[in-house]
Write a protein that binds this ligand. Structure first.
Ligand code: BEZ
Ligand code: FE
Length: 281
């Protein structure tokens, strides 16, 4: 029988009859069903379809070891955060998760109290908190990776050279506490020099993310936690271009004094509640 508008979806689904991997079969069947629905609903012209193909082609060309334009695309379309919501449903009072983002890279171990901002001009900030479980028992020896952009809005990996800046790996102390020094984070634009930037532009969307510090916390017996601490009052909290803000992650910056460095500084308190791997614990 001829392939036509009426039997198109059925014809492709039938071609999947022999797929042995059941999960792959389920995923491909769903993708085809929805993709055909979109094409039938929108009825793209051949030029429009070619434009879509060229957009995806450019997205691929833009991606390499340092830049992942497809992840950025998934971020700005809300797919990354939808996936995050599905895979990290909160059951108790554990700290909520948010996007990893494209700028995580392993960082060197630092001592409690160290400053992650080397040769960076900015307003001093002390970030501190406690790592606990859902019953408020302290967790010592947790690995706490932190990273943030500089006052210029760029992460170290976005710059030429191999400089390592504004990132470090700390360990929670005997009482579960951690503390590090840095500069006050600022809002910044995601990279807009590629096809995702062009897309945001044509959708009349801004590229900004509200100020935040990234955290990746790992402790034995607990689920790895990927999250951010957001700064209260930021003008982009309500319109994060990657939809990654959760109210429970917003903290007020307190003004204070850093006795050790004899200087004014902000304090950002961010306690973290880890979820046990054991069910019901
Ligand atoms: C980030 O916060 O580093 C980020 C997250 C998603 C897209 C781009 C940047
Ligand atoms: Fe970020």
């Amino acid at each position: 029988m001829d392939f036509n508008e009426k039997n198109a979806t059925e014809a492709v689904l039938n071609s999947f009859a022999g797929i042995k991997d059941n999960r792959l079969k389920e995923i491909m069947s769903s993708i085809i069903t929805h993709l055909h629905e979109v094409v039938k609903e929108v009825e793209p012209t051949e030029e429009e379809w070619m434009k879509a193909i060229m957009f995806l082609t450019k997205t691929g060309y833009m991606s390499d070891d340092r830049r992942q334009e497809f992840i950025l695309l998934s971020d700005v379309l809300g797919v990354s955060m939808l996936l995050d919501s599905i895979n990290n449903r909160k059951s108790k009072n554990e700290t909520e998760t948010t996007v990893l983002g494209p700028f995580h890279t392993p960082s060197s171990k630092m001592n409690n109290g160290d400053n992650i901002a080397n040769n960076v001009e900015g307003e001093n900030c002390i970030v501190k908190g406690k790592i606990v479980d859902v019953n408020n028992n302290v967790i010592s020896g947790a690995s706490i990776e932190v990273w943030q952009s500089g006052p210029d809005g760029l992460y170290d990996v976005q710059k030429e050279g191999n400089l390592v800046d504004l990132r470090g790996t700390f360990m929670s102390q005997h009482d579960g506490s951690y503390l590090f020094r840095t500069v006050k984070p600022q809002y910044y634009p995601i990279p807009v020099d590629g096809p995702v930037g062009d897309l945001l532009n044509s959708l009349d969307r801004h590229p900004f993310r509200p100020a935040h510090v990234h955290f990746m916390v790992k402790a034995n017996g607990y689920k790895d936690l990927v999250t951010h601490a957001f700064i209260d009052g930021d003008k982009y909290l309500e319109s994060d271009t990657v939809f990654a803000v959760k109210k429970s992650l917003i903290r007020k910056l307190e003004e204070g004094f850093d006795e050790e460095n004899n200087s004014k500084c902000f304090f950002l308190n961010f306690d973290i509640v880890m979820e046990s791997i054991k069910k019901g614990a």
